[in-house]
Structure formats: C-alpha cells, structure tokens
Design a protein around this ligand. Sequence first.
Ligand code: FRU
Length: 483
Amino acid sequence: LAPRLKMYIKTATFLLCVFLGSVSSCCVNGRYYPRYHLSPPHGWMNDPNGFCYFKGEYHMFYQYNPMSSLEAGIAHWGHAKSKDLCHWKHLDLAIYPDQWYDQTGVFSGSALVENDVMYLYYTGNVNLTDEMPFEGQFQALGISTDGVHVEKYKDNPIMYTPNHQPHIRDPKVWEHDGSYYMVLGNAYDDYTKGQIVMYESSDKINWQEVTILYKSNGSFGYMWECPDLFEIDGKFVLLFSPQGVKSVGDMYQNLYQAGYIVGEFDYDTHSFTILTEFRELDHGHDFYATQTMKDPSGRRIVVAWASTWEYAYPERADGWAGMLTLPRTLTLTKDLRLIQTPIREIDQVFRRRLYSGKASAGKTVALPDKAGKVELKWDTPRNIKVVIESQNECQNVVISYDHEDGTITLDRGGDDAIRRTHWDPRGHLKWTIFIDASSIELSCGDGEVWFTSRFFPEGVVSVRLGEDTCVDKFTVHSIRRTT
Ligand code: FRU
C-alpha cells in the first residue's frame, strides 16, 4: 500500500476507535462486566501480551479488536497499566495492524524491559487473501520509551523462518547473562504436531535458532501456542497452551489446554531435560493463553485469558468480550508442582466484611454488586459443598469436595457443566473463591488446585453452604461499602 493510503487507514481506524471508546460507556452493558478484573473498555479481548513492569508501573497489553465484541477480527494490542495489579487504567491502543507483515493481525507476544526502554515482540500475521497470495507469520518488534507510544522497529519484520511456516508465533523473550532468548510456538508435520522452538540473540534484533526445546510425538496436540520458559528455584518451567489434546478421564476437558512441564535447562548446551509430565495449571472451563513476568520484588506472576475460543459468551451482546484472570504468584514445590497464590495486593479490593464465623448448611450471604471474596476453612477432613446462586438458577455454580475419594467438582450447569480433578490438600483445609459478576476463581488449599470458570448470573448473587457442610470459618467480603 502506498504510504499515504496507509496513513489514511491508520487515521480512520484511530478516529473510529476514539469514537467507539467515547460511546462505549453507554454501549457496554455492565451486568456481567468485571468489577476488579481487567477487561477491555469495549470490544474484544483475548490473550494477555507484553506483561511487564516499567518505570514503577505494571503494564498489560492484550489481543484486542476495538471494532467489535462479536469476533476476534484483526488483532491489535490493547493496553492498560496499574500500580498495584488490581486497579487498571486503560491507555490508548498500543499497536495497529498497519504494515504488510502484520496486516491480518498483531498477534500475541511479550515485553523485555531494559534501561527504561520497552521492547515489545509480537507476531505479525499474514493470511491468504485475494490481494495477498501468501500466508505466514513474522516476528516483529515495537519499541516504547514512554510506556504509551509504540514505534515499530524500522527494519521489521525481524524474523521470518521459512522452515517453520505458517504457524510460528507468540514470542516470549527474556535476557540471561547478557544474551537474549526467545521461545516460539509452532505446528510441524503439516499442522499435525506441536513444538516449541528456541532462538538466541546478542543484540535483540538478529536471532539464531538454537534448539527445538520440546515437541509432541503426535499424541499431544497439533499446535502449541503461547510458550513461556522461566526458572524457579533452579528448575525450569515450560508453560504452553496446546491445541488438539484429547481428553483423558477428567483431564483436558476444555477445547484447548494451558499447562506446564518442569525440567532442567542448560544455557550452554540448550538442552532441556524433562522431569515431569504435562500438568494443567487450572481445571476450570475458561483458562487459556498464559503469560508470566518477574517483577522487581522477584515474584513470578502469571495471568491468563479467562475465556476460551469457540464458546458463545453472552457478554458479547453487551459490547465487550473477554477478561483476564487475577494475577497469581507462582512457586514450585519440592515435588515440582506449581502453586498459585493470589497476589497479596488483591486484599485491598475487598473492603467490607459481610460475615465471619462458624457456619453450617443453609448459611447464605448475598454479595452486593455480584462481587466479592469467600473463604472457607475447616480443621478436620470432611465433605464440603458451596452453591453460588442467583435468580437464574440454571447459572448456579455448585462446588463440592468428596474428601474420601479426594475429588473436587465444579458444576456450572447447562451443557458441558462439570469440571473435576483430584485435590490432595498439602497444608490448609481451605478454599478461597473470587466472584466477579461473571467469573469465579476457586483456589483450593494453599493454591495447589485452581478452577476458573465463567457463569452468567442475573439479579442478586448469594453464596450458600450446601447440605451436610459445616466449616470452622466462613468469611465473606464484598468489594465496596454498602451502607
Ligand atoms: C492464542 C492465540 C495465539 C495468537 C493469538 C491471536 O489464543 O491463538 O496463538 O497469537 O491468539 O489472537
């Protein structure tokens, strides 16, 4: 396209976004809109991208279609920032699909922050169209020095890898001992097997492939998206989102999964020795496309898209679509399992205690504004059941624990209602449940098992203890003062 035409398209898109943004407050119906999770101001959100800490603030970019909440469309990067990971401020749209190499999508990627400069690596997607006789994915770079405006690198795209086309995407980049590393998700063998390819660079621009970090032999999906490799306590966690994994019993029940394997990684030889099987990070219905970052206090924090592909979420009719999970801090146990702890900052959101004390079956607490935090603690092993209910009963969520066989079940009603897994409490017998208008996140024990699921309640949302349930401590907080 001629540069002038491109400029017109960019200006027109910008004006349309400003217009949509300014009318969004009246267009977006708030009935399901999160009160304390990050969601787009209007339009469509999917994966978290470029999660980083920059000049004293956390930044979150995300896959964004500002034009419509009904479809993913052509991806842009939306942008928000926060001082505490709880209260987010929406910023201008960060990256537009306005170049030949990203014309059908500024796909997912990550941030590297160095000397107060933000390097944003992303995948430029090019689909086959009448005008474009070519399909492929390029890796590209955007640079920001003020944390608001992003300039595309002058010699973009920085990477095209003919041997891995056409599905090679979602760069996660980090620095180690003066060198830079990137992992990319890839489909090989004619889109039948997934793998993760690793690259190294000495200057952040020129990259050499160094190894295939890990690959499917054909029994574990046809494409692996959103890879992430990071070190915790001397071990390396490889987090990724495989597509095409068949369900086995209660495992892999969602269309696509998000999980991890743990291994040893040697930066000199690039060899990755696997120590565990693949484990799902979350057992709920709506959890995909994870991304982590390490913050200045040394925490490894993970977020995910708390939705998934190919599901008709009712919020889409309300002018917005998609939300992110709460940020969770990751730690590794001695037996190489990831523990997720809600970031400590989240407690400031829950301002008013509605109830705290012993409680038994039938005890019910209503949550003002459909949002709050619920904690249950019990001292000796027993069965537990909690119902999150509203005026439309078909959207009730029932969570139950059978302590004898160790299963925990979340039933959100409707089609494909049940998700279930084994919970073997390692420490405290407790649950923490975060409810936010159309989402529930359940953390079991000290964060060893999580369920993230969406539900769509109408009217007042209440939490009720189910039959035969008795807890030593039941605490319910709402997010704001009600008197
Ligand atoms: C994961 C994903 C990524 C891709 C992006 C496109 O949900 O498919 O692999 O970069 O979404 O929006």
